[in-house]
Structure formats: structure tokens, C-alpha cells
Design a protein around this ligand. Structure first.
Ligand SMILES: [Zn+2]
Length: 243
């Protein structure tokens, strides 16, 4: 090799080169460390919500995810984070600076421990040689970053409410709870204790039902405008149909 950088009078070039190399190496090392932890702590889940209506906020989306999916992968990831944390903290004194620093780093990165990407499949069309054909594209409607501790709490919450199995059930429970005694009384008086289909008058309230005009299972809400009085016969006939 015959590369000569400088004669004795431009030694500055050597120093600049040296410093540049050190900075470059440090940068690369830092990026690797930071990204390794990011990569390690983050897990992305893609969730198709094409057929789901009514996901309005973060809690809904998270509950839907927990109820709808096999949680093995989620729990493994939680365990992995926890194990890694313990491994890093080791036998460090909890009051030491290092302990706090590591914990803080985990806490910061842990904000993106779970990345939930909710998407819908949208149909697009293309035309080739006068032939029109459809194809699907993913359209992300919601991206949620969830901290590991929040995920853990939410799983426990959902699991302790055993009846909340699917998202529609969850919605059902919510809407049925939302139907208060006051609302029932209001609707009975408004409809004059009379079946809104056959006109049966039920002043003694025997067989009187408060019915969701648009059924809860179809996204109907427990609001006064969606409630009516029915007799048990008509209520039975109605079933799930919208009348
Ligand atoms: Zn009736």
C-alpha cells in the first residue's frame, strides 16, 4: 500500500481523520444498541377490521384485539420483555443509579412494546385489455402503540370479565348495561304501555318488553330514539330483524 496521507506539515489531517473514525464507530455502535432494544421491545400485530364496526377509541381497539386473537404470542412477548428486564437489572441495588437508568430506558422504549395496526381491506379495480379486475389493498385506519404494562392490565381486565368473548358481545354487554331503569320508565310512559306492533295495552306490565328497534347485535344503541315497547309475542317474532 502506497497511500500517503500527508507529509509532516499536515498532521492535522491525521487528527481529523482519527476523530472522524471514532465518531463514525460510536454512531454505529449507538444505533445498533438503541435499535436492538427497540427491535427487541417492539412487536407489531396487523389486525384486519374489515367487518368490524364501531371501533372508536384506543380502549375499544385494544379490547377487540385481546378478545379476538390468540394471546399466546402476546403473552410470550410480555414474558420476553420481563425476562430481559430482570436479566439487565440482575442483582443491581434498586437504589443505584444504574438500576434506575436501565429501568427508565425500558420504560421509555416500552411505550411501543406492542404496535397494533388495524387495517381494512379496500377493493380497487384495474383495467387491462378491456378486462376489469378487482384487487385488495390494505388501508390502515388505526395504529396503536401500547405499553407492556397497559397490555398486561387490559388482558387481566378482559379475562376477569369472562362473558366478554367477542367484540360484538362486548358491545352487547355495554349497550345492555347502558339501558337504565330511568330509560325503561321513560319509554313505557312515552309508548303508553302499548305494544308498538300489535297495539296490545299492558298497564300491568305483564309481558311488556323494552325493545331495541335496531338490535344491539346490529350496532343499535341504547338511546331513547332506538327503544320501544313490545309485547312478548311480538318481541319473540321480531327476533333479530329490524322492523
Ligand atoms: Zn305485540
Amino acid at each position: 500500500m502506497n497511500i500517503v496521507f500527508a507529509s509532516s506539515d499536515n498532521w492535522i489531517a491525521y487528527i481529523v481523520l482519527g476523530i472522524s473514525i471514532v465518531i463514525a464507530v460510536l454512531t454505529v455502535v449507538t444505533i445498533i444498541i438503541v435499535h436492538h432494544l427497540n427491535y427487541f421491545l417492539s412487536k407489531t400485530f396487523e389486525i384486519n377490521i374489515s367487518r368490524i364496526k364501531g371501533i372508536k377509541n384506543g380502549d375499544d381497539a385494544l379490547d377487540y384485539f385481546i378478545m379476538k386473537f390468540d394471546l399466546t404470542e402476546v403473552e410470550n412477548h410480555l414474558l420476553k420483555i420481563e425476562n430481559r428486564k430482570q436479566e439487565k437489572l440482575g442483582d443491581l441495588d434498586p437504589s443505584s443509579k444504574k438500576y434506575k437508568r436501565i429501568l427508565k430506558r425500558f420504560d421509555k422504549k416500552g411505550n411501543k412494546a406492542f404496535i397494533l395496526k388495524f387495517y381494512r381491506l379496500k377493493t380497487r379495480y384495474q383495467q387491462i385489455d378491456y378486462e376489469r379486475s378487482s384487487y385488495k389493498i390494505k388501508e390502515y385506519s388505526y395504529i396503536l402503540h401500547v405499553k407492556d404494562s397497559i397490555m398486561k392490565n387490559r388482558i387481566n381486565f378482559v379475562k376477569n370479565n369472562g362473558n366478554l368473548v367477542t367484540f360484538s358481545k362486548y358491545n352487547d354487554v355495554d349497550q345492555r348495561k347502558a339501558l337504565t331503569k330511568e330509560m325503561r320508565e321513560y319509554v313505557k310512559k312515552r309508548d303508553n304501555y302499548t305494544c308498538q306492533i300489535c297495539g296490545k295495552y299492558m298497564p300491568d306490565e305483564v309481558g311488556l318488553h323494552i325493545d331495541h328497534i335496531i338490535p344491539v347485535s346490529r350496532g343499535g344503541k341504547s338511546v331513547i330514539s332506538n327503544l320501544q315497547v313490545l309485547c312478548s309475542k311480538c318481541n319473540g317474532k321480531k327476533g333479530n330483524k329490524k322492523i
